[in-house]
Design a binder for this molecule. Structure first.
Ligand code: ADP
Length: 301
């Protein structure tokens, strides 16, 4: 791999919460323009890796270089790096008390000091692309799950980040809607944006045939170009299987996708909803992202 092509370089990443090590020496290089699917059972560490990549979590040890910036270097401004990294979440994390267009224009106005008019123009162009122009002035609660996720993607992409991280972007959506979301992510990737996605969605991984990185208990157990979910080494493991059976009371071997969603929701650490569908932690992440960047730009009010 040519060094200049590498946009994310992770070396010997370790991450612990208290005494518990959840990422145990991950090495991963991502080329500019690549699409990567990080798969693996619930609790394997997929979200933790994504959160480390955009500086929402600090590595316990090891090195993460994003777009040439070493996130462990105290001189590197994480907020500036984060401006090159968009993120979308399973629960969409839209601000429920703002219209669709206000959700999208918030950061451009606050962080990039765009005027109302400029921000609205950019946001409308994106909303047209995701076929939601007519929803610009409605509140998120009137949208379907797929529409909310398209708004969330538009918000994450509005400043044309070089990297888009997606944490289970289709985790709350039915298969047909999920395919629509993947088409949007694919279109974004075709503009040159690197896409790193954590997903349980077997059908999507198999249909995309992109690079698959499989994680198990904090370690990479497979890194395969044009990979599939079918050949997963460790998924579903015995623990996931038994939890899934408990969650849905089913032994249907073809219900892996549905089962995994059920497991995710039963394991959710804090489902308090502050923002449309978002957990408290993710709500804070959104607010922190925007406010931290604003403070950095001297717009702290
Ligand atoms: P995945 O995304 O693969 O489901 P996560 O990265 O969310 O896995 O979690 C990996 C492990 O780290 C899990 O055991 C989870 O309980 C733990 N974990 C994640 N975030 C925290 C946190 N903020 N504090 C303590 N433990 C955490």
């Amino acid at each position: 791999m040519n060094e200049n092509d590498v946009i994310i370089d992770v070396k010997d990443l370790h991450k612990s919460y208290g005494q518990t090590e959840v990422i145990k020496g991950v090495d991963m290089s991502v080329r500019k323009g690549e699409v990567i699917c990080i798969i693996g059972p619930s609790g394997a560490g997929k979200s933790t890796i994504l959160r480390c990549l955009n500086g929402l979590e600090r590595a316990s040890s090891g090195q993460i270089v994003v777009n040439g910036h070493d996130l462990g270097d105290p001189h590197v401004n994480i907020d500036q790096v984060r401006e090159q990294v968009g993120m979308v979440f399973q629960h969409f994390n839209l601000f429920n008390n703002m219209s669709v267009i206000d959700n999208i224009t918030l950061a451009p106005k606050l962080v990039h000091k765009e005027t109302d008019e400029q921000a609205r123009e950019h946001a409308m162009a994106l909303l047209k692309t995701v076929e939601l122009a007519e929803k610009a002035d409605v509140m998120p609660k009137s949208l379907s799950g797929g529409q909310k996720q398209r708004v969330a993607i538009a918000r994450a992409y509005v400043n044309h980040p070089q990297i888009l991280l997606a944490d289970e972007p289709t985790g709350n959506l039915d298969p047909t809607t999920s395919l629509g979301i993947m088409e949007v992510l694919d279109a974004i990737n075709r503009t040159g944006t690197t896409v790193v996605m954590a997903t349980h969605n077997e059908e999507i991984v198999n249909s995309m045939r992109k690079r698959v990185v499989e994680l198990h208990t904090g370690k990479i157990v497979r890194d395969e170009q044009q990979g599939s979910y079918d050949s997963a080494l460790y998924f579903p493991d015995a623990e996931v299987e038994s939890k899934s059976h408990q969650a849905l009371g089913t032994s249907d071997p073809n219900a892996k996708y549905r089962r995994q969603n059920a497991i995710d929701s039963t394991n959710a650490p804090d489902d308090t909803v502050d923002v449309e569908g978002a957990t408290r932690a993710e709500t804070v992440v959104n607010a922190v992202d925007v406010v931290a960047a604003a403070v950095h730009d001297g717009q702290g009010n």
